[in-house]
Design a protein around this ligand. Sequence first.
Ligand code: BG6
Length: 607
Amino acid sequence: MCGIVGFTGAQAAAPILLEGLKKLEYRGYDSAGIAVMDNSVISVNKVTGRIANLCEKTDDGKAVPGNTGIGHTRWATHGAPTSENAHPHLSNDGKFAVVHNGIIENYMSLREELIKEGYHFDSETDTEVIVHLIEKYYKGSVRDALIKTTNRLRGSYAIGVICNDNPGTIYAAREASPLIIGVGTDENYFASDVTALVSHTRNVIYLEDGEFAKITSEKIQVFDCLGKEIDKSVVRVMWDIRAAEKGGYEHFMMKEIKEQPAAVKATIAPRIKDGKVIFDELDISTDKLKSINKILITACGSAYYAGCAGKYALEKLCNIPVSLELASELRYSEPIIDEHTLLIVISQSGETADTIAAMKECKEKGATVIAIVNVVGSTVAKLADYAVYTWAGPEIAVATTKGYTTQVTVLYLLSIFFGDKLGLIKENYEEYVKCVQSLPRFIQQAIDMNPAIPTLAEKYHESKALFFIGRNTDYATSLEGALKMKEISYLHSEAYAAGELKHGTIALIEEHQPVIALCCNSKIMEKTLSNIVEVKARGAEVLALTFRNNEKIVSVADDLMFIPEIDPIFSGVIEIVPLQLLAYYVAKENGCDIDKPKNLAKSVTVE
Ligand code: BG6
């Protein structure tokens, strides 16, 4: 969950590195640094805090000469966010500078070995073992030294290296952390993801695990772990540059909330042709599908809650039991999995370490793996048997919104696709397809129907705690709604199955305690109504989310948010939108850093 960049060309490197790091700040932003080579002199500048501090220190890079360099923005794992622990790290002989994203699991033993051999360490980081190993193995070829070094490493890494014996050259190596090469004109780049490159070039090369690169302004060479040069295809990135900018919104999060109708439309459009749901990327046979006796969904954070929301549609339309397991739990729970298990992995970034590890575990046990991911060419996408992209476009705000709704939308499409293949939904097929096709429009309505949310935020933004309750899809949405509130407004929030509150937690309900009650399923509305009455009897203030014409709920709730009525199997994508807006405006009232909440990172690529 750090970001790395590299540049070599005729231009001054420092300003380009800083610009790239700004685009990667969402990957971690507690310290940053650049190392630039001017002829054979390497200069290093590092700061704690945001990239802005580094820009200030280097006069936006103008004070740093040289046209070859590497940069890093950090989310601390080993060692506090200090300038000593910030990357780049230098070798003792000053010949090498290294940046790294990932985690070196065997760094302690390597550190002890290197100290015994006389190398001294300036930081507490795992990364620093890399630069000293390169110095140790360097006999004139940086590539060979890098290969020898990485053979000693266990864990994950995306590494950038410069060496003052090779002015104009940057080196890169990848294992289980994203690393992309940007192919320019008389200049070349590398970066942790496309957003740092797209303003310079749309032509990229995705490094795979175990691959290395030697990059100059004229030439890009990629090698395998034996040092053999390999051919790599150049892929053209179609993202709109503006898509990675704020587009006039105060925060990326609001931009991405408002983008949801378009994002969900982009998810759906290529998968509904002439009224039929199709998945060109899924050549699962009907026999294979019939042999599946369990669907297991695994993910982390909001992606996990997307699975919770999609479970109901999958079970109802496919008649296959669906279970959910947090990836960080699944990888150590010795799951009962075999060739009759369909594993659905959900990940916006495709780089979440826990998710990748859980996925590998399940693959080894014979599961068929479908990945629902947003980032093309990401590790999860590549490891899966089938990668289904959400096509949400770049999501920059750390707290996901369109990433979540597009993930749930894919699950709805899969439910219809599989249910149809299994011959289970002939009667309602057309209606189901129409429901999904209406999602973009209904999301827009859910945005437009709630102009009062900023006022509600003013009322609730100082609450000590917030309870979210719901049943079925409403419960799954409550989980994501509570997480959104916690992530960006820092208010303590808990989601409960509405029927569960009375078994203990209701003891916490006191005078004016806000309870956000989701009542978007007319079939079980009465039950949640009685839960609302229960908590109100104990002094709670109830903010209900429901349909406009739902008189019973409207008459008992203290405050209201609305969504258009839709089949509750598919309502998860709609009902989360007012909760995203509520969390956003509460966070705004509280003066929080909405796009970069404290302690969080967009993608946690370490355990
Ligand atoms: C967390 C993010 O770190 O990781 C969440 O803050 C996200 O927004 C979770 O849902 C999982 O990330 P991903 O990329 O695997 O969906």
